[in-house]
Ligand binder design. Structure first.
Ligand code: FMN
Length: 401
């Protein structure tokens, strides 16, 4: 499927640059035409002569090159390709891409392109885990950049952990996926997704909430949009950017979320991934509650509306498929089975959020899919992978109905 495809390979300045030489060969074996941009730092790891001998073409290195601009300008270079692949994607290149820098040929071509971009990050484990790199990664993902790896393992610097560039066959598989015509099994469907925590006010300055980060719900909204659905995301307060191409409604409390979900109907699919507070304070104080001689206040609670049960049991405008999430700390599957029956939804995604699992706030998730027909346990995987698998499962069920 790579036959005749034009790949613009950006080789950054990292030890893993040597693997990109093999990547060029393997892409050519599959009939792809590869052009390469080599960063200044990249030339410290592989020579322009090696890269050019393999691509059989000029190696593009300079932004301000009269010959290059006359032969093929940087804009044309970045648009002439079917796909841009950055391998190795250094921490520096990822930062430049995330912030829209354009101060050398590689970053300018990456900013000027209108084509899909795939990055294969490679760096020291501390650089990879640094909040700045993780922030940049999140931004790139939100901008629609595809990411492959990195893998975990020993590094040239002697440390161990995530940061090793994916192996060539993994990068090729990601390239094939990025070039495959987008499957749009949810085209024509409206999907409502909830995400994040809710905040229940105690007084004008205090609230009760939970540790939900919204990463899983937002990933599902993104995956549903990529599958062709028109998506309304109703989200509680989270520190994530709104997913591209998704109508995002920001709410605070469970009651706000309920109202926003009802207003978003009709929809053919509803996926309730938000961690909605079960209770709210019965009487929200009008002014800040003060410390005083009376000691700490006693808070009385009332139950919040049950969004999953309410929407599952609607007699009008019930979505054809209602998916609930069950965050449990014990008896995960049994509790999810009971919840499925009690709420009247079609599918429950149960996850273990006990301390130590890293599910709340983390980037990966172990889930069990519970339906009336049985239970399926998925191996621990990234929240993006869970979202993609869940959306394709939902698409199958919708198609079968
Ligand atoms: C020996 C050596 C190895 C390096 N390996 C990496 C690496 O694997 N990943 C990375 O992000 N930076 C690495 N760096 C740092 C980058 O080369 C440096 O940030 C450079 O400015 C990146 O430029 P570029 O992004 O334009 O290619 C390494 C530096 C040295 C000296």
């Amino acid at each position: 499927m790579l036959h005749g495809k034009r790949i613009l390979l950006v080789i950054g300045g990292g030890i893993a640059a040597y693997k990109s030489l093999d990547l060029i060969r393997r892409l050519q074996d599959r009939g792809a035409k590869v052009r390469a941009i080599l960063t200044k730092a990249g030339t410290q790891f592989v020579t322009p002569l090696s890269v050019g001998s393999l691509t059989g073409d000029k190696v593009f290195q300079e932004l301000f090159s009269l010959t290059d601009e006359n032969e093929m300008g940087h804009i044309e270079l970045s648009r002439d390709a079917d796909l841009l692949v950055v391998a190795p994607a250094t921490a520096d290149l990822m930062a430049k891409m995330a912030h829209g820098h354009a101060n050398d040929l590689a970053s300018t071509a990456l900013l000027a392109t209108d084509k899909r971009v795939l990055v294969a990050p490679a760096m020291n484990v501390r650089m990879w885990l640094h909040p700045a790199t993780q922030r940049n990664l999140e931004t790139l993902r939100a901008d629609g950049v595809a990411v492959v790896g990195p893998n975990e393992g020993g590094m040239a610097c002697g440390e161990f952990g995530p940061g090793r560039m994916s192996e060539v066959p993994e990068i090729i598989a990601a390239i094939e996926k990025a070039l495959a015509p987008a499957a749009r099994p949810l085209a024509g469907h409206h999907v409502v997704v909830t995400s994040g925590p809710t905040r229940e006010a105690i007084d004008p300055v205090r609230y009760i909430s939970n540790h939900s980060s919204g990463k899983q719900g937002h990933a599902i909204a993104r995956a549903a949009a990529e599958a062709g659905a028109s998506v309304t995301l109703v989200t509680g307060p989270v520190a994530l950017p709104d997913p591209p191409g998704v109508k995002t409604i920001h709410v605070e409390s469970a009651r706000d979320m309920m109202a926003a979900v009802e207003a978003a109907l009709p929809a053919s699919i509803a996926i309730f991934a938000a961690a909605v507070a079960d209770w709210r304070v019965a009487d929200i104080a009008g002014g800040k509650i003060k410390k005083g001689a009376g000691g700490p206040p006693t808070l009385a609670f009332v139950e919040n509306p049950d969004i999953l049960a309410t929407i599952s049991q609607r007699t009008t405008d019930r979505p054809r498929l209602v998916v609930g999430f069950a965050a449990e700390t014990e008896n995960v599957v049994d509790n999810a089975r009971a919840k499925l029956a009690r709420k009247g939804c079609d599918l429950i995604v149960a996850n273990d959020v006990a301390t130590g699992t890293g599910t709340f706030g983390g980037d990966s998730n172990t889930v069990h899919l519970v339906t009336a027909d049985g239970v399926e346990t998925w191996e621990r995987q990234s929240k993006d992978a869970v979202a993609a698998a869940l959306v394709s499962r939902i698409a199958e069920r919708i198609a079968a109905r």
